[in-house]
Ligand binder design. Structure first.
Ligand SMILES: [Zn+2]
Length: 320
């Protein structure tokens, strides 16, 4: 694996007008995993996503750089409980008394993350600590479960909850006013410096059919901009979703072709690696951008996620 890449031109804190984007600099890479800061009155603020435990120090430094003190954190809104989005939420709640919002179906794993960590451990093995750091359980009294259609009043902001399954069954997106949408992983990955939309297709709950319906729901909300966790603001909403759906089709069908040709997981992962390399090469992305792309989702995990999707949800497509 290549060394970390800190690219010039991606600041640790970006003022997006009414909110801030903080870079977690996960594993030393800039512009891959973000956390949003939403200001309230008198220095109070909420975060959308917490980042993983391993980047908590960087996020808190970003909070201060944006002009806030961590003690004024009142809430953390999570799109889903995967470690890159939610790993530090329990610690933030314990330290600062922040309330943590998450879809009701993901809530149990936040309070007791042992099973979540166990299954992540099977995938990441002895790299768990280095990648994700600690994940502390969330005190039950700070848990705020949400569901589709809820409207939250957070620090004077009106936040809508949209259930957007596909990447994970409990994934939600949050609308801020009428124009902005925090999409977590529901709008896929698009990193600064690249036009390519990279699918995020992990096991064990990937459901591309549910995901298409989620994209419809997100489009219907009529946002003018998407705020991606990986990474930043996307202003061309229509083109972005069209490209996301196109890439979902290409990646999933390419893996299906390999499965039907009897290829092993390594060969299937090589297909994915080739697809993303070709897309980035075609647009002339830099070496650094290509390296950052490859760390935002693992090709091995993509194969696990997509294989399971075909086997469980569309066995009729196998062996054709
Ligand atoms: Zn993610």
């Amino acid at each position: 694996m290549n060394g970390p890449v800190v690219e010039p031109g991606i600041p640790r804190v970006q003022d997006l007008g009414g909110l801030f984007l903080l870079d977690t600099e996960h594993m030393g890479y800039t512009g891959t995993v973000g956390v949003y800061l939403l200001p309230g009155a008198a220095g109070t603020f909420a975060l959308i996503e917490s980042g993983p435990g391993s980047t908590l120090g960087t996020v808190l430094a970003g909070v201060q750089e944006a002009g806030f003190v961590p003690e004024k954190l009142t809430g953390v809104l999570l799109t889903h409980i995967h470690l890159d989005h939610a790993g530090a939420a329990g610690t933030l709640a314990r330290r600062y008394g922040a309330e943590v919002y998450v879809h009701e179906n993901g809530a149990g794993h936040l309070v007791d993350p042992s099973r979540l960590l166990e299954s992540a451990g099977r995938i990441y093995g002895d790299r768990m600590g280095e990648l994700w750091g600690e994940m502390e359980g969330l005190p039950q009294h700070l848990l705020r479960p949400v569901r589709d259609g809820d409207t939250l009043q957070i620090l004077g902001h009106r936040i809508g909850v949209l259930h957007t399954p596909g990447h994970a069954s409990h994934h939600v997106s949050y609308s801020l006013g009428k124009t902005r949408l925090f999409t977590g992983d529901a709008a896929g990955i698009r990193l600064p410096g690249a036009a390519t939309v990279r699918p995020a297709l992990p096991p064990p709950e990937l459901d591309l059919d549910a995901w298409s319906r989620s994209v419809q729901a997100l489009r219907q909300a009529g946002p003018e901009e998407l705020l991606l966790t990986h990474f930043g603001r996307e202003g061309d909403v229509d083109a972005h979703f069209r490209e996301l759906e196109r890439q979902h089709r290409i990646w999933s069908e390419t893996i299906l072709d390999g499965m039907n040709a009897g290829e092993d997981d390594e060969a299937l992962a090589a297909r994915v690696t080739k697809l993303s390399r070709e897309a980035l090469e075609a647009e002339g992305a830099s070496e650094a951008t290509t390296a950052r792309h490859s760390v935002t989702s693992s090709d091995t995990m993509t194969v696990m996620g997509v294989k399971r999707y075909w086997q469980k949800l569309h066995p009729e497509r196998l062996g054709s």
